[in-house]
Design a protein around this ligand. Structure first.
Ligand code: GLU
Length: 421
């Protein structure tokens, strides 16, 4: 077992299974399908030897988990993170399955991880690590098999190396094997903004359900990676006053509203909020407890747990990260009447535009940005309405409704295909 393995409430795979069980029970899922869908289809564990700049060899651990390929190729990001564990990758892969089904794109779910600290690797080491990882999982990759994308610690450059390494092995330029690539290399316009744009669309739809006006709302965003920055920017554009944002060094707060464009410029230049003088500093924990209308946890897993859920004061929680709320916290938030837009719906804008990128690469024809944006809008609005409908119909939380929607769609296809037993 990985020494980093977390047990109990903060084990993401157990968190996924806890919600899956509730959704399966509500759906009255057939026991055979229950067994099939509760666990990953395939897991690949690889050792990745990398030539370091000092001439030594370091062997890194890597994973690729394919949770389901029932609806199409496995789809999901690759995470480079020192704390990534197999159970985390398993959970993230399953979440991708449900997420793709919730927005109804023809993909299954997968996820990859490499235990490494990308901030401590040179660019050369990062490239060699990426290429060797791809070479080691090559047998299960492919545009019709498994299509990676960016996640924590990876970006467009890493995707470009993945595309190139795969292409070298199959002896032809294959852009559709990975999404989130630079636009010049078969990437899609609007992919970088897609997750944040999807979050803003969900926030807008949720405010409408709640009868609240964006220009009378305040928001706090935890995390200032791509998702945090873009979400804060789009929320501000919609008229919401974003009063707090954070990174690993802590949070920045200004009750009059932060000048988000300016904060983003600082972040892009210095890669940290430190040194920005347009607000006061508070902790990440304090940010989660602010009396704002909208809270967007867009950093990492397990930030709202059974210990601090009672302190959340926001009326609307829009989950930018995957798994920011533990299963133990769900009940507490429910009882408090917080309107939760769960991760597998809220952050599905990213994989939706990944799907558009894959389609464009396969057809070899590229769309203008307005087409990407308008298709994403339609997809997110429909998924949001489907989840809220399901929640009403079955009198369950939005999270369980999203799981029910996702699980039901995957179960349906599995039934149609039949079990090759
Ligand atoms: N890593 C992102 C996610 O968790 C995007 C995955 C993708 O585009 O395939 O949704």
């Amino acid at each position: 077992m990985n020494p980093n393995q977390v047990l109990g409430e903060e084990n993401p795979f157990e968190a996924m299974q806890a919600r899956f069980d509730l959704a399966a029970a509500k759906l009255g899922l057939d026991p055979g399908l229950y067994q099939i869908l509760r666990r990953p289809d395939r897991e690949l564990l690889v050792s990745i030897p990398v030539l370091m700049d000092d001439g030594s060899i370091h062997v890194f651990d890597g994973y690729r988990v394919q949770h389901s390929m029932a609806r199409g190729p496995a789809k999901g990001g690759i995470r480079f993170d020192p704390n990534v564990t197999l159970d985390e990758v398993r959970a993230l892969a399953a979440w991708m399955t449900w997420k793709c089904a919730v927005v109804n794109v023809p993909f299954g779910g997968g996820k990859g991880g490499v235990v490494c600290d990308p901030g401590k690797l040179s660019i050369g080491e990062l490239e060699r690590l990426t290429r060797r990882y791809v070479a080691n999982i090559l047998d299960i990759l492919g545009p019709d098999r498994d299509v990676p994308a960016p996640d924590m610690g990876t970006n467009g450059q890493v995707m470009a190396w993945i595309m190139d390494t795969y292409s070298m092995h199959v002896r032809s330029a294959c852009t559709s094997v990975v999404t989130g690539k630079p636009v010049g290399l078969g990437g899609s316009l609007g992919r970088i903004e897609a997750t944040g744009r999807g979050l803003q669309i969900c926030a807008r739809e949720a405010l409408q359900v709640l009868g609240m006006r964006p220009d009378e709302c305040t928001a706090a965003v935890q995390g200032s990676g791509n998702v945090g920055q873009v979400t804060a920017t789009f929320l501000a554009k919609m008229g919401v006053k974003v009063t707090a944002i954070s990174d690993i060094t802590g949070a920045l707060i200004n009750e009059d509203g932060l000048p988000i464009d300016d904060v983003c410029k600082h972040l892009q230049r210095f890669r940290t909020l430190e040194g920005y003088d347009g607000g006061d500093r508070i902790t990440n924990k304090e940010l989660l407890e602010l009396p704002v209308d909208i809270l967007v946890p867009a950093a990492t897993e397990n930030v709202i747990t059974s210990r601090n859920a009672k302190d959340v004061r926001a009326k609307l929680l829009v989950e930018g990260a995957n798994g920011p709320v533990t299963a133990g916290a769900d009940k507490i938030l429910d009882e408090k009447g917080v309107f939760v837009v769960p991760d597998i719906l809220a952050n599905a804008g990213g994989v939706s535009v990944s799907y558009f990128e894959w389609v464009q690469d396969r057809v070899g024809m590229f769309w203008p940005e307005h087409e990407v944006v308008s298709r994403l809008e339609t997809m997110m609005v429909k998924a949001f309405a489907d989840v809220v409908d399901m929640a009403k119909r079955f009198e369950v939380s939005n999270r369980i409704a999203a799981y029910m929607l996702g699980v039901d769609r995957v179960a349906d296809i599995t039934r149609m295909r039949g079990v090759y037993a």
